[in-house]
Ligand binder design. Structure first.
Ligand SMILES: Nc1ncnc2c1ncn2[C@@H]1O[C@H](COP(=O)(O)OP(=O)(O)O)[C@@H](O)[C@H]1O
Ligand SMILES: [Mg+2]
Length: 257
């Protein structure tokens, strides 16, 4: 069975897509078979992997509404072991369109259950806690929360944690918080450090040791259609993502033992 990780934060621009793509790539380079589901209508994970307009005609939306079976909705990427279910054009209407459907919060879960043979499936979520993110939380085993160290970060965090608890209670009892990763960390900023300390104080070992630094090479990578760890493996941002991958796998190992 695949382990399904939803990458969630209702704020935009906090590093969800960057974290999804770089972790997915890091895992794939050590031989894990990975699927990324682009579940954000903005489609940044799709463009971030260099997928052309033509190749994103069928994707997560078509699988979700049952127009195609799941294995026809994903495709190979240039990165070995890494597959992508793109965000097609129609995903932008889904949030409203799905409201009228029966079991509307379980659609992605049904899709994911029919996909076999991946070690990990990452779901890159849109910046809201709406119906698409709810579908991701119902489909997932674990939630990974990228958190940008800024003033309102904690406020947003309590909303996500509340939502996770509600989903666990009513819709998906196996859902757990895999962890919180601090992104775009700037160690010259006292606010960054303060927020990081506050988050650790509240969530203790649920916050990863590895912090992702703000890094120009990470910001440049998407415009080349590559994850940072492929675009420039040596830069500090990429190295941090590799370290995060190691930390997560070590944690998985402990859980499995
Ligand atoms: N560590 C980082 N250093 C510099 N820029 C970053 C870093 N992480 C993300 N970015 C940039 O910040 C923007 C928002 O990141 P993104 O991953 O798209 O956030 P989200 O998916 O949460 O909206 C993007 O332009 C991305 O390239
Ligand atoms: Mg995104």
């Amino acid at each position: 069975m695949s382990k399904v990780i939803a990458v969630v934060n209702q704020k935009g621009g906090v590093g969800k897509t960057t974290t999804t793509l770089n972790l997915a790539t890091a895992f794939s380079t050590i031989g894990k078979k990975i699927l990324v589901i682009d579940f954000d209508p903005q489609g940044n994970a799709t463009t971030g992997l260099g997928v052309s307009e033509k190749r994103k005609l069928i994707g997560s939306y078509e699988a979700l509404i049952g127009e195609v079976s799941p294995e026809y909705a994903y495709q190979k990427t240039p990165i070995p072991n890494l597959y992508l279910m793109p965000a097609s054009l129609h995903l932008s209407g889904a949030e409203i369109e799905l409201v009228g459907l029966k079991d509307r919060e379980k659609l992605l879960s049904t899709v994911v259950k029919r996909i076999e043979s991946f070690d990990f499936i990452f779901i890159d979520c849109p910046p809201s806690l709406g119906l698409l993110t709810l579908n991701a939380l119902v489909a997932a085993d674990q939630v990974l929360i990228p958190l940008q160290c800024e003033f309102y970060a904690l406020e947003g965090l309590s909303q996500i944690l509340y939502t996770i608890n509600q989903v666990r209670k009513h819709l998906n009892s196996r859902l757990t918080l895999q962890g919180v990763v601090l992104t775009m960390f700037d160690n010259r900023s006292s606010l960054s450090t303060q927020v990081a300390n506050d988050v650790r104080h509240h969530l203790k070992d649920k916050v990863y040791e590895t912090k992702i630094p703000r890094n120009v090479r990470v910001a440049e990578a998407p415009s080349f259609g590559k994850p940072a760890v492929v675009y420039d493996l040596k830069c500090l941002g990429s190295q941090a993502y590799l370290e995060l991958a190691r930390e997560i796998l070590a944690q998985e190992g402990k859980l499995a033992a």
